[in-house]
Structure formats: C-alpha cells, structure tokens
Write a protein that binds this ligand. Structure first.
Ligand code: UD1
Length: 417
C-alpha cells in the first residue's frame, strides 16, 4: 500500500508547471479511435487514468506509441471487442468508449464505469442521447449493449448540463447521418478541447463552449495532431495551496480564464494574487475574510475545487459556507479535516466552516481524488507529519505531485508500506 507523508508548516516558494488536463485527456484518448487514420495527442499527463485507458486501447487492438508526453494512436487494425467489467470499472471515463465505439461501429458493449464515489452518478442522459440517435440500449445487470443499424442526427435536450453526456453524445454523433443539436450542453473547456480535436480530424462541430452544440455528421475522419489544454483543476489546487503556504508560489502554464471563478473568490477573501497571461502568482497572507462558495457548472465555481477550497476556508475569519450542488456525496473529506483541527459541520449539501483554526498533523484518508487533494493542501499547512492513505485516488489525477511540491520546498514523500 502506498501512503503520502507530509511534514507541514513550511512556506513554499518557486514555480509549479501545470500538466495537461486529466478530464480532457480521458475523453481525447477514447475519441482518438474515431479517426480512420491515426491521431497524435501531445501534453498528455502521466497519471494512472491515462494508463488505464491505454490498457483498454490495447484490448481493442489499437496500436499505441507513447513517447514522453505524446501518444500516437493508430486504430486502423482495431477490433470492436467487449470491454470487460474489470477495465470498465477502473475509471469513470471508460464510458467515453461507449460513444466512440457506437459512433465508429454502431455497437458498443461494456460495463458500468468506475470512478470516485461522490454520488450515484447515473449515465441515463448518455443513454437517452444514444437512443435519440437511433440506438437501442440493453442493460443486463451491469452490462450495457448499445447498438444501431444506422445512427441518425437528432435534436437532444439534456435535462442536466452533464460534461460526460455532452462529450459522449458528441462522440456518437460525429459520424451519424445528418445534423445533431445538443441543447443545454455543458460548457466546460474540456468539451471545447475534445470538439477541436474531432474538428482537426474533419468533424463538423460548432458551438462547443456554448449551451448549443451542432454536429453535422461526416463519413471519414483523417489523421490529426492535437494538444491537451492545461489542467484547470490541477492549477486551481496549487493556487489554493499558494494561498495557504505560498511565499510566493508561481503557477505556470495556466489559462487564467479557466480559473476565473476561483480567482474572484480568492480576491474576495483577501488573497494576494497576480494574474499574468499564462501564470498566476500567489502569496499566502493572514486575516482572510470568510465567504460562501456554491458549486456550479462552468463557468461557475467548479465542484472539483470545492474540497481543496474548504481547507482555505478553515483559515478565514468567521463563518464560511460551502454549498455543493453537483454531487450528493462530496463532503467525505470533512471528518478528516475535523481530525486535523478544523471546525466544520455538514447539514444536507452545505458545510459550515468556522475559522481560523490551527491545523495539526494526524493520519487521514484520501476518500476520493479531490478529497485527497484537500488532504494534501491541509497537510502542507498543518504542524507536524500527516500521513495520507488511499493515495491511489490522488495519483489518478495529479501528475508528479510529489516531485512538483518537493520542487517548491515541501517535505513530502511517497512510501510503500
Ligand atoms: C465530470 C468530471 C468530474 C467533474 C464533473 C462536474 C470527467 C471524467 N469528470 O464528471 O471531474 O466533477 O464533470 O464538473 O470529466 N448526471 C445524471 N445523469 C447522467 C449524467 C450526469 O444524473 O447521465 C448527473 C450526475 O450524477 C451529477 C451531474 O449530473 O450529479 C453532473 O455530472 P457530469 O457533469 O456528467 O459529471 P461527470 O461527467 O461524471
């Protein structure tokens, strides 16, 4: 079992460079099988989610060449084989193979996806979208068979602006006959990145990044080269760490517009932030003001940064609130934050945090990916040595976390016990 140990209470100084976005990468890799030639993707982060998707590509007999941060995916000899339960369950984003295989072959067989247990996370909107395109969906326990003789463009309204459903429907629709319109589409930057990738192959997608996406089906998708955007959630996590311990901390390779909601909140509570063209510099301070954050779809405050931000709220004067509106079960880090010394109560979907409180090291658990990021942030601030278990969750999403933090002066190590 791997654990992370952090000797906290140190100021961090230097530069952290942000990697390619996990949530874009995990959609781009399955999307790549749609090409009829080969696709090159660069700036791919080295995280376990990437490796798990490559394992799925291998079982589908897709040729993959990896060199440092780039990947050449050649699906010309691939076979449409059932994705086993073991592979489907390894990560949430395995579900993008459903849309991609359906788009390419008119059939996909796989199991309910895995991922963080932060809510029930149904995939009904994905399936309704596939059905609207003319597919039939058969569910046998955990196994999903989605097939269509021919996919036909359709008008699809999403009841919830779901990131996963928007991308999955886009993947199925790029080769469908005629025009598909997705209304109430999610607007996250990762969706724009995937649409750009598909357009680079010859797809005809317009409106990505707005709530109406239009897709004109095409027959053939050619060779292409594409770059993954910087990870706005990784950037946000280190920016929050900067507000806790930066002296100063520069976060480089950021698209500032993608972290607007976070920066606004930091300015509101009194954090010293400088925003450059592709970087953010943060100095930690004292006497931060309390605030309320309410998670929302992009460009609102991201649910993925709610947990790390709650650590910062323990250092604000007075009563702060975190209102989670996207997932039902995203406060699993709170008991551990309390063990570290925070004054937090949770009622329904709202956490109330009274600060400032001194944090003191103890043993904590990374219950999910971003809860793990919150534990790392808290441990960097806490006096003493904090041990974090279940760190597999953290390694799924943060490239070279230990190396990046060590590079700015943190005392952090990963241990096998
Ligand atoms: C993606 C991100 C995740 C982020 C989330 C919200 C990936 C791999 N993961 O997750 O990091 O926290 O967006 O920004 O990109 N829903 C349904 N039915 C569906 C689909 C979704 O009810 O068919 C609900 C979900 O349970 C959730 C809400 O819609 O309550 C939003 O989910 P969604 O945007 O789909 O999140 P994911 O794609 O799972």
């Amino acid at each position: 079992m791997k654990i992370i140990e952090i000797d906290g209470g140190r100021k961090l100084n230097g530069t952290i460079r942000i990697s390619g976005a996990k949530n874009a990468t995990v959609a781009l890799i399955p999307a790549a099988i749609l090409t009829d030639e080969e696709a090159t993707i660069c700036n791919i982060p080295e995280i376990t989610d990437t490796n798990d998707l490559c394992d799925i590509l291998e079982t589908l007999k897709v040729n993959v060449k990896r060199a440092s941060e780039s990947m050449i995916i050649d699906p010309t000899k691939m076979e449409n084989i059932e994705i086993t339960e073991k592979f489907s369950k390894k990560l949430r984003a395995s579900y993008y193979f459903m849309g991609a295989l359906l788009g390419k072959y008119g059939k996909a067989v796989m199991y309910f996806p895995g991922g963080c247990s932060i809510g029930s996370r149904p995939i009904d909107l994905h399936l309704k979208g596939f059905e609207a395109l003319g597919a039939t969906v058969t569910i046998d326990k955990n196994k999903y068979t989605v097939e269509a003789k021919e996919l036909k463009g359709a008008n699809i309204y999403l009841d919830i602006a779901s990131v996963g459903a928007t991308i999955n429907i886009m993947l199925a629709a790029v080769k469908a006959k005629g025009k598909t319109i997705i209304d109430n589409a999610a607007k996250e930057p990762e969706i724009v990145n995937v649409a750009t990738f598909l357009n680079n192959m010859g797809a005809k997608i317009t409106g990505a990044g707005t709530s109406t996406i239009k897709i004109e089906g095409v027959d053939y998708l050619h060779k292409c080269f594409h770059e993954v955007i910087p990870d706005r959630i990784e950037a946000g996590t280190y920016i929050i760490i900067g507000a806790l311990c930066g002296n100063p901390l520069k976060i480089d390779n950021v698209i500032p517009e993608h972290v607007d909601a976070l920066i606004s909140k930091l300015e509101e509570i009194g954090v010293d932030v400088e925003v450059g063209t592709d970087y953010v510099i943060i100095n930690s301070g004292e006497n931060y003001k309390s605030t309320t954050i309410k998670t929302a779809v992009y460009p609102g405050f991201p649910t993925d940064l709610q947990q790390p931000f709650s650590v910062l709220l323990t250092q604000c004067n007075g009563k702060s609130k975190v209102i989670e509106t996207i997932f039902e079960n995203r406060f699993m880090h709170i008991p551990y934050l309390r063990d570290l010394g925070a004054d937090v109560t949770v009622k329904n979907q709202t956490a109330t945090i009274i600060g400032p409180t001194k944090l003191t090291a103890t043993s904590v658990v990374a219950t999910d990916l971003r809860a793990g990021a919150a534990m790392v942030a808290a441990a960097l601030l806490a006096e003493g040595t904090t041990r974090i278990t279940n760190v597999e969750h953290i390694l799924r999403g943060y490239e070279q976390l230990v190396e990046k933090l060590t590079g700015v002066g943190a005392k952090i190590r990963i241990k096998e016990i």
